[in-house]
Design a protein around this ligand. Structure first.
Ligand SMILES: C[S@@+](CC[C@H](N)C(=O)[O-])C[C@H]1O[C@@H](n2cnc3c(N)ncnc32)[C@H](O)[C@@H]1O
Length: 268
């Protein structure tokens, strides 16, 4: 095994490789959030749940936001603290977090919300968000759209191969996605190998498949008003936010058939 590679979760344990694998050089995700904050109106105290490498936090602090990030991965939090000293970070679980302060906005990006696999976990997350948002504050989530898989199978059962090169070593991944119908989960097996590795690293992840009606139900049950739910445009949607949202009044598509779902909830 390459000496720098820790194997519990290849990408979250190696934040530098995570950023290479999922580059966002134009800060689309962070700018998307900034745009929603302006469009729907809230203050600049922001909590980013599942903050990952802290690259979004770095952008927001540069725009005058006061940012706290939390993530369950100690490696991600250590990386974020090094690369974004202007923000605060904590190792915490999104289903149980308790912080001493409240916020104007909470973000949960790139499908982090979907790590709440069961209804109880989703309830716990929304309860915590409600407790940490000021009245009128926004919860902004961006994730895969469960409804996309009603009739679309192109992402499933095909093995996709990708390579990232880090410090001169080519790390190759083979990814397979399938649906666990009983669990209402999108499951993934990813196999990693690189020159000289003794045997491939096999890792499993899963994301809850959440549907628009279900999300509306969870939102109202936890005291949130749905102020926007749309599939396009978005930072990782087929129609990129950057192409259409140059002005802040661009239309939001509510067909909800795209592979990404964007949610803006306001705490009552
Ligand atoms: C797909 S990454 C998104 C990272 C970042 N938000 C971004 O958009 O670049 C998901 C992040 O959620 C974190 N995560 C997974 N389960 C979590 C949990 N139960 N509580 C907090 N963070 C979690 C992972 O460690 C990972 O950093």
């Amino acid at each position: 095994m390459h000496p720098n590679i820790i194997s519990a979760n290849f990408l979250t344990d190696n934040p530098a490789i995570y950023e290479l694998r999922f580059p966002d050089p134009e800060h689309l995700a962070a700018r998307f959030v900034d745009d929603l904050v302006h469009r729907f109106g809230t203050g600049r105290d922001l909590l980013d749940v599942g903050c990952g490498t802290g690259r979004d936090a770095r952008y927001w602090t540069g725009q005058g936001y006061r940012v706290t990030g939390l993530d369950s991965s100690p490696q991600m939090v250590a990386h974020a603290e090094t690369h974004c000293p202007a923000a605060n970070f904590a190792v915490a679980d999104m289903r149980t977090f308790r912080l001493p302060n409240t916020f104007d906005a909470i973000t949960c990006l790139d499908s982090a919300l979907l790590y709440c696999h069961t209804n109880d976990e989703l309830d716990a997350f929304l309860r915590s968000c409600h407790a940490h948002l000021r009245p009128g504050g926004l919860l902004i989530a961006e994730q895969r759209n469960g409804a996309f898989f009603l009739g679309n199978t192109e992402l499933l059962d095909e093995i996709r191969e990708q390579t990232v090169v880090w410090q001169g070593v080519a790390y190759r991944s083979h990814t397979r996605l399938w649906i666990d119908h009983a669990g209402q989960l999108l499951r993934r097996e990813r196999r990693w190998d690189w020159p000289g590795c003794a045997e491939p690293l096999r890792q499993h992840s899963a994301w809850r498949l959440l549907f628009p009606q279900e999300l509306r139900h969870f939102a109202s049950r936890h005291g949130f008003e749905v102020v926007a739910m749309f599939d396009e445009p978005g930072p990782r949607a087929e129609t990129r936010w950057s192409e259409t949202w140059r002005d802040r009044d661009a239309a939001l598509s509510t067909r909800l058939s795209g592979d990404r779902l964007h949610l803006v909830l306001r705490r009552g």
